[in-house]
Design a binder for this molecule. Structure first.
Ligand code: ADE
Length: 322
């Protein structure tokens, strides 16, 4: 959308990649390359549909974003960040972005299809998970977070709704619309920049109230450790059925997070209590997995994860969810 009918220049919204060194440049795709089917989900700016590649028959999740709506609501930079962050990722635990294309009305992101839907649904249905199941999912989430951070990105909205399950019930993390790209050097080439997101700490609140870290509420600089706080919340939720800082309003949730006001269920095994307590450390520097505590490896070595085969977890059989 460049020159609108009123003659004013609107912000450009074009996720095409013009740089041949960019991984998304090759094998360009267009709207008519796919058949479109069932709607998988709807957000305020996008709809996710099943798409089938007419040539290969392979199915994808295709995220269709409404250009006019995005421009009108000043969400252009988030769309660019989502594309740039996703295109840096190459990991079995993260939804892969295959191609982007557009038509007059919409932008399209072609993503891995995660047929078993959100971890959230399974927590609602089945929690508390048994320890083996919670450990398995916590381990897959941790490895995926490690990859995200290694590729210079903070997700900033890790929660069960954004953790999808594929055909084999392994995880695929999605929704990089709140992400922050940290490492400018590693940044994938982009024709639109990142909208200034790598400059000062973000002012406005991004993410979801229940999983927001205390440092964000104190408006400290948000770093990788924010995703580890969220992992602590998700482990708690898998083992108990509810998130640790639940309340009637976002304001009350924020109060509880600031005051570290949560109760540890008596029935949690000791190692689970310990890892949750260490991940829910108010100061990011003291949080398990921070650089000062030994990084992600310190989390992998925690007794909660005893017996996890980190090398082979994504090719192993997932524990039954029923
Ligand atoms: N809903 C949103 N994204 C999805 C995906 N990649 N697969 C399945 N359902 C989804």
């Amino acid at each position: 959308i460049n020159n609108s009918s009123n003659g004013r220049r609107e912000p450009t919204l074009n996720t095409d990649v013009d740089d041949p060194s960019h991984p998304l440049y090759h094998h360009r795709r267009i709207v008519t390359d796919f058949d479109y089917g069932e709607i998988l989900g709807e957000g305020s700016y996008s709809t996710v549909l099943i798409g089938r590649d007419k040539r290969t028959g392979k199915q994808y999740a295709i995220k269709r974003l409404d250009k006019a709506h995005i421009v009108k609501n000043n969400k252009v930079k988030y769309v660019m960040i989502e594309r740039d962050a996703l295109s840096r990722m190459n990991h079995p635990g993260i939804v892969k972005l295959y191609w982007t294309y557009k038509d007059n009305r919409s932008l399209y992101f072609v993503l891995d299809l995660a047929r078993n839907g959100e971890l959230y649904t399974y927590i609602r249905r089945l929690a508390p998970f048994d320890l083996e199941t919670a450990k398995f999912y916590a381990a897959e989430i941790l490895l995926s977070i490690e990859h995200i951070h290694n590729r210079g990105v903070i997700h900033r909205d890790i929660k069960p709704e954004n953790i999808l399950l594929d055909d084999n019930s392994h995880i695929k993390i999605t929704d990089f619309g709140s992400a922050k790209i940290i490492n400018e050097n590693e940044k994938a080439a982009s024709n639109a920049g990142d909208g200034g997101n790598t400059a000062a700490p973000a002012r406005s609140f991004v993410g979801t109230a229940e999983y927001v870290s205390p440092e964000l509420l104190r408006s400290d600089v948000v770093s990788e450790e924010a995703d580890l706080w969220a992992l602590g919340c998700v482990i708690y939720q898998m083992l108990s059925g509810k998130s640790p800082f639940k309340a009637a309003t976002d304001y009350l949730i924020f109060q509880k997070i600031k005051n570290l006001e949560y109760t540890m269920p008596d029935e949690f095994p000791p190692a689970a209590k310990d890892i949750v307590e260490r991940l829910l450390a108010s100061e990011p520097e003291k949080r398990l997995g921070s650089a000062a505590t030994g990084g992600i490896n310190a989390i992998k070595e925690h007794p909660f994860f005893e017996g996890i085969d980190w090398e082979h977890i994504f090719t192993s059989t997932a524990p039954p969810l029923r």
